[in-house]
Design a protein around this ligand. Structure first.
Ligand code: AMP
Length: 421
């Protein structure tokens, strides 16, 4: 089905085509007409489904159709969990809006950088605001904008907004919005908090569900699990990066320190690698992402939090150097590859002491990923013995201790908890 048959303005179809979007994705086919009609929408979709354009195109069209407003009033508010996602959504909306007959002004705001330029950018008003909740509240405190004329609210990656502790900020923002408005909620997962938010927020919503790839096509992400001893993972990674022809690799590790160490070792082996984590300045993070996109950097070694929302077109390989803590994180990580119909590979390193944890992830996701071994890296370590009193629990032995676990260990006088890597 071509884009123009969805009722979109030719100027938007042209912009989409110039971005290389030749046909709408599954979520776009369903969501665009519903949003154009002003309906509320519940989108079960992960990053990679094309959800940004699914809400941007119809909202831009409705703004353009409403014509030029004087003074400019904020009409669309898009809330996102991370600065990276805010920047990406803003960028994507601007490029889709570029040929509209009526200019649409899109403001982007996120924390971690000075608020002043963001306040300056709001002088003269904006039609669309893409923001993280905390910074939006700061801007409201500074009276840099008002929400009283917002007619559409978009919650993007709503589950992440909650994971990152934005529930309270969200409540405060919702209280400032006009009651009558269109609400669009996108989320990859639907834990109880998101279900109840959806029930409170949405009126007779159109439900759009796209889990992974468009129906009928085989899953675009090939999942692999390689058995390797924990101490040899960096060497194996180096060999795979150098020997497999992987052009652009996103490697996930559990800690900032791990990101630094692994990137450093790869660099010393002659691989262009950079760490990517929350302690780096915003400027450095932007630079690493730009270098990654421009292929000046081959491997980015990231923590989950920093990597959230990274949208790099053509990201063929994701490596779980450290396994994710939860099955949900696993889905988010591997969702970084295989976007919009492209094929991707997600490789997980599984060692003797993380095997049980990987089995748990597989069970939660209904997966069965065959174990592979790479010649020269066959594991020799045996799985750790089951803890006394818990014979054969087999479940979460590979799990790192949570904050609560560590506190309990300390309180029980069990000595220093295992330090984070
Ligand atoms: P999103 O789910 O919004 O993060 O989009 C995932 C990726 O798909 C982005 O890199 C988009 O640029 C790309 N994309 C979105 N819509 C289409 C489309 N109709 N055809 C091809 N690529 C698309």
């Amino acid at each position: 089905m071509p884009f123009h048959s969805l009722g979109l303005d030719p100027s938007l179809v042209r912009a989409a085509t110039e971005k290389g979007y030749l046909a709408p994705t599954a979520i776009q086919v369903e969501a665009i007409p519903a949003i154009l009609q002003g309906r509320d929408l519940l989108g079960a979709a992960r990053t990679g489904s094309g959800k940004t354009a699914a809400f941007s195109l119809p909202l831009l069209q409705r703004l353009a159709a409403a014509g030029r407003q004087a003074p400019r009033r904020l009409q669309v508010l898009v809330l996102v969990p991370t600065r990276e996602l805010a920047a990406q959504v803003g960028e994507s909306m601007r490029s889709l809006a570029q040929h509209l007959p009526v200019p649409v002004r899109i403001a982007v705001a996120f924390g971690g950088v000075s608020i002043n330029p963001q306040m300056m950018a709001l002088r003269g008003g904006a039609d669309i605001m893409v923001a993280t909740p905390g910074r939006l509240l700061d801007l409201l405190d500074h009276r840099a904008l008002r929400l009283s004329s917002v007619s559409t609210l978009v919650l993007d990656e709503a589950d992440r907004l909650f994971d990152l502790g934005f529930a309270e900020e969200l409540g405060r923002i919702l209280a400032l919005l006009p009651e009558r408005r269109q609400n669009l909620l996108f989320s990859a997962t639907f834990p109880p908090a998101i279900q109840s938010l959806a029930e409170r927020l949405l009126r007779d919503p159109v439900r759009v569900e796209v889990e992974g790839e468009p129906a009928g096509e085989p899953p675009a992400i090939q999942q692999r699990a390689i058995e390797v001893d924990a101490g040899r993972r960096t060497q194996l990674l180096r060999q795979l990066v150098k020997g497999s022809g992987w052009t652009r690799v996103l490697v996930f590790v559990a800690t900032k320190h791990g990101a630094e160490v692994v990137a450093d070792k790869l660099r010393r082996a002659g691989v262009e690698a950079e760490p990517f984590h929350g302690v780096l300045s915003q400027g450095k993070r932007t630079q690493v992402l730009a270098d990654f996109k421009a292929s000046r950097v081959q491997v980015v070694v990231a923590t989950d939090l920093a990597a959230r929302g990274i949208d790099v077109a053509q990201l063929p390989v994701v490596v779980n150097y450290d396994l994710p803590r939860s099955a949900v994180d696993y889905v988010h990580r591997i969702g970084r590859t295989g976007r919009a119909g492209e094929t991707g590979v997600a490789v997980s390193f599984v060692s003797a002491d993380s095997e049980a944890h990987f089995r748990l992830i597989e069970k939660r996701q209904g997966l069965n990923v065959p174990r592979e071994r790479v010649a020269g890296f066959e594991p020799v370590e045996a799985p750790p013995p089951a803890p006394a009193g818990e014979p054969g629990t087999g479940g979460i032995k590979g799990k790192r201790p949570s904050k609560k676990d560590k506190l309990r260990a300390l309180q029980a006088g069990a000595g220093t908890p295992k330090p984070e890597r």
